[in-house]
Design a binder for this molecule. Sequence first.
Ligand code: UDP
Ligand code: MG
Length: 311
Amino acid sequence: MKLSVILPIYNENATLASLFARLVPVLEQVVSDWEIIAIDDGSQDASMKTLQALRRQLPQLRVIKFSRNFGKEAALAAGLQAAMGARVLIMDSDLQHPPELILEMMEVQCQGADVVYGVRGSRQTESWVRRLCGPLFYRVFSRAAEVPIPINGSDFRLLSRRCVDALNALPERVRFMKGLYAWVGYRQKAVYYDVEARRSGSSKWSLLRLFGYAWSGIVSFSVIPLRVWSLIGSVIAGLSVLYAVWITLETLLFGRDLPGYATLAVAIFFLGGLQLISIGVLGEYIARIFAETKQRPLFVIEERHGFEDPD
Ligand code: UDP
Ligand code: MG
């Protein structure tokens, strides 16, 4: 059974040599038939050159180069489409996912699992904001979305062929992979590992980008942000009716009160704010519909190396 390893690469030149030095012996040990599919996601450094050099020693390495940076999710989509193996492993190429864990993942899969996903044991290497917001996101997502995703489940995964086929069949352009893996279903099992500190460079995910990613994930998998406005609207409308009754009674019983300037101003600003927020949320969903209806491909490939057909 062939094993395909998918490596999304964006400016990882500094770690590529040590990654391959650790990954290849593990692969040699666990399977006889394997391939590595490296996707250069528009790196500006010498990653592509290094991959070309590595290809000379490793015929099992196949390389796809994007025409620009399309993001990790697009790189994974390209890798999943190109993978030929009966099992497919996805891992980061910054050595934060220890290649040695592949041994355990293969074992767990053989015991009867379609998907074996790595769960990070500690977030020691991360800032406190990330340590706090990371787990919180998984909880919120699992509550809001139609499919729960495992807490701290990572992109470090071993998938069976039928899972890969199911993922490849999903036509959506906005690809929140963590949600999609869960959506596909099948028997999923966890293995635990400790995230190593990044060898070099810094994470491509700024805190802002991470928040955007989390929000986009929730919007892709849940309609609760849309529904909540009906609820808030009903509550405010209900309270307004009560308040109207109260004002009427008050005027009838005690005569006219002082002009309620402050009440009016606060009510106008508050409701105006709420309406803007709810329009913003609507906009998020419309943006998603917009992205899907354009039907653009997920990525543009500039070069392919190691594939039978030259394009
Ligand atoms: N990556 C990519 N395209 C991007 C950003 C990242 O292919 O636009 C790759 C990157 O090279 C790495 C993996 O995705 O192999 C995870 O990226 P990173 O380490 O920056 O994310 P983190 O570990 O902080 O979640
Ligand atoms: Mg990383």
